[in-house]
Design a protein around this ligand. Sequence first.
Ligand SMILES: Nc1nc2c(ncn2[C@@H]2O[C@H](COP(=O)(O)OP(=O)(O)OP(=O)(O)O)[C@@H](O)[C@H]2O)c(=O)[nH]1
Ligand SMILES: [Mg+2]
Length: 632
Amino acid sequence: MLPTLSRVKPPRWLSPDILSRYILGHEVRGNELSLFSHSISPKSAAWRLKVTAGIRNVSTSCTLCAKARGNQKKKDMSEKKLTRHFIDYRRVKLMAGSGGKGACCFHSEPRKEWGGPDGGNGGDGGNIIIKADRFVKSLAQVVPVYKGEDGQPGGSKNCYGRNGSPTYIHVPLGTLVKEQGKTIMDLSEHGQEYLAVFGGAGGKGNRFFLSNENRSPMTATSGMPGEERVLQLELRTMAHAGLVGFPNAGKSSLLRAISNAKPAVAAYPFTTLNPHVGIVNYRDHEQVAVADIPGIIRGAHLNRGLGISFLRHIERCRFLLFVLDLSSPEPWTQLQHLRYELDQYEPGLSQRPQAIIANKMDLPESRERLETLRSHVTERVIPVSALTGQNTEELILHLRELYDGYLQEKAQHERGMDEESEKLARILWDYLRLHHRLEKSDVIIGLGCHDLRVAERSAALFLEGWAPWLLFTGNLGKQTAGVWTRREADVFLDVALRMGVPRGSILLETEATNTGENIRFSHRVLKERNIPASRVILVQQPFMERRVYATFLRQWPEQVDLTRAIVTSPELGIFEYPHPAVGTACDLICYMLGVVERIRDYPHKGFQVEQQLPPSVLCAYNWLLQAGYSPK
Ligand SMILES: Nc1nc2c(ncn2[C@@H]2O[C@H](COP(=O)(O)OP(=O)(O)OP(=O)(O)O)[C@@H](O)[C@H]2O)c(=O)[nH]1
Ligand SMILES: [Mg+2]
């Protein structure tokens, strides 16, 4: 007999009353717990609709379950005919929208023949943005060419053309964006975006060229063409779980049984030639992707059978489901061989979180072998029959347990620090930020550093209208010398131009190599240009706010009560700060320790005003030093 579901450990998301009914053998109604599945169809853009349509109930009885699934007859489809295979690589050509052209026309109304020029500017072309979306599981729906929306032309009566809307390309988490083979972005967070190509700036209408010298300009410019790029998108992770087994073990049948993916099934080896991914959807909307990987044979690591390429796919799964054919004479030797092949390919690969699936339990010979198999292994063995659907619920529940464990581990990894370090890092983070309220000012000063989000925040503040001028300051500094070849202010300038800040509103200071010089030299540039600076907005990284303010109060060449400074930074939480270009959570701690030291030491050197370091901050500083973090 197969073990009943009473063996199943209740998962956290299953309430006890549902579980009791579940174990007692009543069928659970769909609105209490339902599992539904679907496959990824590259041709179906509306797959989410399919998901909601595909809800099925979970029943405890295998027969009921099989009945509920209806027709068990599977179509024999050749692998070639199957178009629904998993896509993990795409080459895309991106062409951002062009700017709309500016209008050339003059105001006219009855009895007022010679009105002034009133041709509006064209709108900017739409950007193309690649966005990580946790609901997308493959690159199948990514098309080879994207063209952004063009900006609308300007019109008469000073009407500006509408900007082209951005085009989003939704990709799965774990997508690498590459250009000429070089990785330029790793999209691993839900909602993370990469602005791949910028739309062209809109042309100027003739109103723009109105001056004292020329009261009726006839000039209007056409919009700039959008940026063009060819990028490669590559999926780093393939699926959460990989079905690993010898040919004919029933992997494809199992994927059919637990999801609506339809990989080909046949009674000969190597039926599956391409990996397929099916999605198991849980009632709380969590989705687990399961990959059917072509069969592995002895010597696969030496490229026998379908060879190494499929071991590569296994490497890209978070946990493994070893599928054994229990009707074969010694299924436990299959397991040993599979593990051997995996470890030959990559040492330790067979140790990933896993479950052992004993398949073909409907056959009489299999039942005898189950206990022997259990005595050979220490891991949990889940007996199932992919053909009849027996006990697949236990597999689905266990899959969820593995997935929850993976999420926990991932969260820990993302934090990049243990709980105690995290608590103390937060104390420093909160102390170093000032939370100044924004006020309309004369100029926004973006202080150069290696974090482009500072440039983006500065430009965004300008575009929101917080000041009529944007000044970027910075040569190569401590974080950028030896890393960047261009000066910080120049790099920031590019970011702001791409975001649509007019060049005429941007000032540059390209000499400063530290925060003090940023402050003093910016003041000099403003003085030279006769730009008033009774209120300035200073933008830096979040943990630099306090240091920048203290430096301003000491080094701003005018009396500080004549100039008011508001310090701000990109709006990031402590865990959003880490970024491939700026460093990990550990780097952040090291930076924060460095800033605390400067707050302590710099006042004596005349660089900053004196500030109190609260005992909690000193305590956190000392603890983190002891824990091995070194100030940067
Ligand atoms: N009796 C029985 N037969 C099964 C079961 N699962 C799969 N089979 C049969 O085993 C054969 C192989 O099944 P597949 O699902 O194609 O096996 P696979 O592991 O995907 O094989 P490859 O793609 O070649 O690696 C088919 O004839 C299936 O009908 C099961 O639980 N019970
Ligand atoms: Mg198969």
